[in-house]
Ligand binder design. Structure first.
Ligand SMILES: Nc1ncnc2c1ncn2[C@@H]1O[C@H](COP(=O)(O)OP(=O)(O)OP(=O)(O)O)[C@@H](O)[C@H]1O
Ligand SMILES: [Mg+2]
Length: 469
């Protein structure tokens, strides 16, 4: 753990315990924040999620378990270590089922607490609960294109069933948001949705992560650990980035999915898993199967109800609505004045390829809101012209198949290409005898405003920037 890790928050109404824990953690080089009640902790919500929460069960007013429920309702996922004065078993089972990481009975061994915190921070890292991710997902699925309407219908159809769902789509298309939506619309909605980021589980911890282990099962297993299948029991297990599971571990997962049974590492007893599986990947799994990187039997086990999410560039008609939605929600979230989306701005967004899909759109709008400070939004997008189309040759000019006139969009496209070529030629020099304005026969100020209007940026052409004047 290092200094840049998010802090560990301690919530306990007993001052002497807070003090002792604070000293213990600080001396281990861990950043700490202490709170005497659940309410006080909730009031810090804007400070970003902590790395881990050490929570007293018996707090006055709002109990530790209630705080756990409230966080889960807010879709904030923080590894929680509960502390209790009375090793209350039913309570600990409830807490663990709801996703708690550990349950320690006072008085506890400081080493146990430090180990649990270490495990919590690690779990947070490789279940993908980084600060950015654990911000609640927007919660609203926006889109009206026919591709999106079909997707929504399919989500509504499958959500109430217990069917396994396989969500495939490029990065940033909203797979995780969809998984949350399915869970929320299912009869399991009051039970946990447990996400496992399959891409970041170290191989040697795979079984323990999924199935749990018992104390002494291997070196370092100093206490029992609840696996993800068990934590999700009664709810949904979201296998994110499922295409990244190494081949040799796929059979272990297959068995648990097939038989809905598993054993904790070091324990012979078989446990039953009552979980609904949702898997997501940005790979095309069928292709992965063909290329021998993914087990065919596991693919069929997961591909019961497939949902394919189209990339944003294939449903550009959703862009204006999504942009409007992000402009509204992000301005609030960022506490920035609301900025205007102009027609030119929307056109620019619609003309871009969006390799990072909706996530990229959201980020571009966020940046623009911060820069605009209440004015019209301007978008800093790499130009999508990769190689300028060469000017038509004399032969093409007299080609009988060419129309006799040019349409407005065609004129604009040509003007843009022409401008781009001149700027390439002059290395983005605007003014002076060999500048682009002179070559085009326009005033430099006119040229600059045209460049802005067309959203051309020198980034991909030369390292020099646009003149500021
Ligand atoms: N239809 C949508 N309407 C509103 N917001 C959306 C929509 N789809 C995605 N988002 C937002 O876009 C961002 C990325 O979505 P998400 O994390 O679900 O994508 P992903 O497909 O899981 O990406 P990756 O493959 O990279 O993990 C999130 O902030 C999410 O809230
Ligand atoms: Mg994702």
């Amino acid at each position: 753990m290092n200094k840049i890790d998010p802090p560990v928050c301690i919530v306990d109404d007993d001052y002497s315990i807070r003090d002792a824990l604070e000293n213990l953690l600080r001396s281990a080089g861990i950043q700490v924040e202490t709170y005497s009640s659940a309410k006080e902790f909730l009031a810090r919500a804007n400070a970003g999620p902590p790395g881990c929460l050490v929570l007293d069960v018996n707090l006055p007013g709002f109990s530790g378990l209630e705080l756990q429920r409230e966080l889960s309702r807010m879709d904030v996922h923080i590894p929680i270590i509960f502390l209790t004065g009375h090793g209350d078993i039913p309570m600990s089972v409830r807490a663990i089922k709801a996703g708690a990481l550990e349950f320690l009975t006072k008085p506890f061994d400081p080493e146990d607490l430090l180990d649990a915190i270490q495990e919590g921070m690690r779990a947070r890292e490789y279940t993908g609960l980084s600060a950015g991710d654990s911000a609640p997902l927007s919660g609203e699925i926006v889109g009206t294109s026919s591709a999106y309407r079909t997707l929504r219908r399919r989500i509504a159809m499958v959500a109430p069933t217990d069917s396994t769902v396989l969500i495939q789509g490029e990065t940033g298309t909203g797979k995780e948001l969809i998984a949350h939506e399915i869970h929320k619309m299912s009869r399991r909605k009051d039970q946990p949705l447990v996400r496992v980021n399959c891409a970041s589980i170290p191989k040697e911890l795979f079984e323990s992560e999924f199935f749990g282990h018992v104390r002494g099962a291997f070196t370092g297993a100093i206490k029992d650990r609840v696996g993800r299948f068990e934590a999700a029991n009664g709810g949904t297990l979201f296998l994110d980035e499922v295409g990244e599971i190494p081949m040799e571990l796929q059979s272990k997962l297959l068995r648990a999915l097939q038989e809905r049974q598993y054993e904790r590492v070091g324990d012979e007893r078989t446990k039953r898993a009552d979980v609904r599986i949702i898997a997501a990947t940005n790979r095309q799994l069928q292709q992965e199967v063909k290329e021998g990187r993914f087990r065919e039997d596991l693919y069929y086990r997961l591909n019961v109800f497939p949902l394919q999410v189209a990339p944003l560039r294939e449903r550009r008609e959703d862009i204006p609505l999504l942009a409007q939605y992000f402009v509204g929600t992000l301005a609030k979230e960022l506490k920035c004045p609301k900025s205007r989306l102009t027609e030119a701005g929307v056109a620019r967004l619609q003309n871009y390829e969006w390799p990072g899909n909706i996530r990229e759109l959201r980020n571009v709008i966020e940046r623009a809101i911060i820069v605009a400070q209440g004015n019209a939004l301007e978008f800093d997008l790499p130009t999508t012209i990769s190689a300028p189309v060469p000017a038509p040759s004399a032969f093409e000019m007299i080609d009988a198949t060419q129309p006799e006139f040019l349409t407005e969009p065609e004129i604009q496209r040509r003007e843009r290409e022409n401008l781009w070529m001149v700027l390439q030629k002059t290395g983005w020099k605007i003014k002076g005898a060999d500048g682009a304005a002179e070559l085009l026969g326009v005033k430099p100020t006119t040229l600059i405003s045209r460049i802005k209007k067309m959203g051309l940026k020198p980034r991909d052409a030369t390292p020099s920037g646009l003149p500021q004047n």
